[in-house]
Design a protein around this ligand. Structure first.
Ligand code: SF4
Length: 405
């Protein structure tokens, strides 16, 4: 692969001049029935009265953004939260109509909606399908009701499975199941049972994340006051290895550190945009966007968000210029999460006008010698050992913050 002659500014100008660049869309629904014990997301309970004005505000933000940025093509829409499935279906329809009115959505676009598996009926899922939602993400989390109670999920495993089956009955043929492992006092055999039970229902995609002790969560408070014990790092690593092993045997494609797809066809196209560090717009309170070398963040609270949108049509409270060094570092940090694909040399050279080894050759050689990276002609990727120490590897590629500003 030869290095292209374009410099950075020319690259950016060329990108700006392109009229059909793909941009993924994330729509944030910040409402939940209650807060789960481990959750630090930007979500709010007991705000039913805001559903309608909030969705109207998001539709307005979509319209204003589309007018500002001009023509872009949308390959994926992700309605996340929060609990989008709390919304009446017509409000979800309103969001998707706004997107289709103001952006050009690919006919084959992936349209995902996150749903809480707390007994939603097949009729609800049929309505979602008629709106063009073609992928569901269900937060099942565990197959044990005591673990679901510890997580304060508000549903049983039986309800989760019934919801999953209702979605299948309504015709959804692309369903993700989210799981959490590394819970306080979780024996590995319970994690094994969760994996086996979930594999048995044959989801198309599976995400498994280890429990993180986030600030201001009930779970962290319980650890701090001794009510539950902090999970042991070695046990958590063993659980991750077990997930790899069982899902590998069940012939799932392990395509990202924490994500498996039944076949590559079912890999999350929306999340691939993030992992490839490609552009996206986030709409709604607390949503982030990354577009043309800048990152934007919206105001957090839904009331403030509605007010700002009503007054100015925009809710951005932070704007960050992403310089070339940071963009390269983030491209490595995110791309290395992709197990097979890793960071492709050709894609990197095409995007930045410089070969990967010219920028990171020394770092790649060092991490390869440590057994954490594998470098071949086409790409650089994590080794199995590197997957367990991902954060250490990613840190090596980010520029020193003091040189950023
Ligand atoms: S349902 Fe999801 S977003 Fe809502 S509180 Fe629970 S973990 Fe957080």
């Amino acid at each position: 692969m030869t290095t292209t002659a374009l410099n950075w500014t020319e690259k950016q100008n060329r990108l700006r001049a392109t009229t059909d660049q793909p941009v993924a869309l994330y729509l944030h629904v910040p409402f939940c029935h209650h807060r789960c014990s481990y959750c630090d997301f930007n979500i709010y309970a007991g705000m039913k009265s805001l559903y309608v004005p909030y969705i109207e505000a998001v539709a307005e933000e979509i319209a204003v953004t589309a007018a500002r940025v001009g023509h872009v093509r949308v390959p994926s829409i992700y309605v996340g939260g929060g609990t989008p499935s709390l919304l009446p279906v017509e409000l979800i329809g309103g969001l998707l109509t706004a997107v289709r009115t103001f952006f050009e959505v690919d006919t084959e676009a992936e349209v995902t909606l996150e749903a809480n598996p707390s007994g939603l009926p097949a009729a609800y899922f049929a309505q979602l399908r008629s709106l063009g939602v073609n992928r569901l993400s269900l937060g099942v989390q565990s197959s044990h009701d005591d673990e679901l109670y510890l997580l304060r999920r508000g549903h049983s495993f039986q309800e989760a499975i019934e919801t999953y089956e209702a979605a299948r009955q309504a015709g959804f043929d692309n369903v993700n199941v989210d799981l959490i492992y590394g819970l306080p006092n979780q024996p590995i055999e319970k994690w094994r049972a969760t994996l086996e039970r979930v594999i048995a229902v044959q989801p198309d995609h599976l995400s498994a994340y280890s429990l993180q002790m986030e600030e201001r969560t009930a779970m962290l408070r319980w650890v701090q006051n001794g009510r539950v014990s902090e999970p042991d790092d070695d046990d958590v690593a063993t659980m991750y290895e077990l997930a790899q092993d069982l899902l590998n045997r069940a012939r799932f494609d392990h395509y990202e550190i924490s994500n498996w797809a039944r076949t590559t066809h079912y890999a999350s196209r929306h999340n691939l945009v993030y992992w490839r560090n490609e552009p996206y717009f986030g709409f709604g309170c607390g949503a982030h966007s990354s577009f043309e070398g800048k990152r934007y963040s919206n105001v957090l609270h839904p009331r403030d968000y509605i007010e700002r949108i009503q007054q100015t049509g925009a809710a951005v409270v932070e704007e960050e210029q992403i310089d070339r060094a940071l963009e390269m570092g983030e491209t490595l940090m995110l791309g290395l999460r992709l197990i097979e694909e890793g960071v492709e040399r050709a894609r990197f050279a095409d995007r930045f006008g410089v070969e990967l080894d010219e920028v990171y050759g020394t770092t790649i050689a060092k991490l390869t010698a440590q057994g954490l990276l594998e470098a071949n002609e086409g790409c650089v990727r994590l080794t199995p050992q590197g997957r367990l120490l991902g954060n250490r590897v990613f840190g090596e590629f980010l520029p020193d913050e003091s040189q950023q500003r």
